[in-house]
Design a protein around this ligand. Structure first.
Ligand SMILES: N[C@@H](CCC(=O)N[C@@H](CS)C(=O)NCC(=O)O)C(=O)O
Length: 269
């Protein structure tokens, strides 16, 4: 990871989406799209943006996957959505740098040796990995608190890997569907006892990690296997409905067609 200032070639342009938020949560958010040289966090030139910036803290720079299907749109990375949801719920302004992961630019590889998103710039250092990033955000911006108590932090954590196992499976009798159903049923039972969220009445970091994965599960299994979570798992269903309809989720979610494209190689490969 480089802490040096990046000097990308002049031709290496990416789209930056400026997100601004104030504390307390504003009734309106300002959203502008502009082309900028990545690595340099310029402020929007319009008066409104500047006025908002002068009241809010400086936007945090975040590298995110670009859409596979639609130029200048956020792509289908559930780990990035987790980070963006954390920023949204903490009312922190951020500046998105969309990266074409199929053709990674040099400036990106110089700050992300593993070539992965998400990345966030904190205290002049680029930090990779959604686990590390969300932990760092919690420490640096503790208000509002989002930490999940350690004993609850791994609730639902096997759902994503069992979903991928089932999605990739070509043998309907290999037990992968049942493995996923077992995990979802355990989660449903947990929510029934302890919900509506993983930490009870309040949304927390574990929900912001799990919900984007459930979003991918719903779209990918619906598309590739004509499969959906059984209606009998009512607590999981309403958990998903509640989080998927939050403004912060809608603002940071991937396009449906990107989720489908994103999983294609896993299904066909
Ligand atoms: N453990 C990492 C996983 C990050 C990850 O796998 N990101 C994917 C996109 S969702 C990526 O950048 N893959 C590199 C590539 O596609 O070349 C995290 O939690 O941030």
């Amino acid at each position: 990871m480089s802490t040096a200032k990046i000097t990308p070639p002049a031709a290496a342009l990416s789209t930056t989406i400026k997100h601004l938020a104030l504390r307390p949560r504003p009734t309106r958010r300002y959203f502008t799209t502009r082309i900028t040289v990545p690595g340099f966090g310029k402020r929007p030139k319009n008066g409104l943006g500047m006025a908002m910036c002068s009241k809010a803290s400086d936007p945090l720079e975040v590298c995110a996957k670009e859409s596979l299907t639609t130029p200048n749109k956020l792509g289908d990375c559930p780990f990035t959505q987790r980070v963006l949801l954390t920023l949204e719920e903490k009312h922190l302004p951020y500046d998105l740098k969309l990266v074409d992961l199929k053709n990674k630019p040099e400036w990106f590889l110089s700050i992300s040796p593993e070539g992965k998103v998400p990345l966030i710039k904190l205290d002049e250092k680029w930090i990779p990995d959604s686990d590390v990033i969300t932990q760092a955000l919690e420490e640096k911006f503790p208000d509002p608190p989002l930490a999940t108590p350690p004993e609850k932090a791994s609730v639902g954590s096997k759902i994503f890997s069992t979903f991928i196992g089932f999605l990739k499976s070509k043998d309907s009798n290999d037990g992968t569907e049942q493995a996923l159903l077992n995990e979802l049923t355990a989660f449903n039972d947990y929510l029934q006892e302890n919900g509506p969220f993983i930490n009870g009445k309040v949304i927390s970091a574990a929900d912001l990690s799990l919900a984007p994965k459930l979003y991918h599960l719903e779209i990918a299994l619906g598309h590739y296997k004509n499969w959906s979570i059984p209606d009998s798992l009512t607590y999981v269903k309403s958990y998903m409905e509640t989080i998927f309809s939050m403004d912060s989720f809608i603002k940071t979610r991937a396009l449906r067609e990107d989720v489908i494209e994103g999983w294609r190689s896993k299904v066909e490969g």
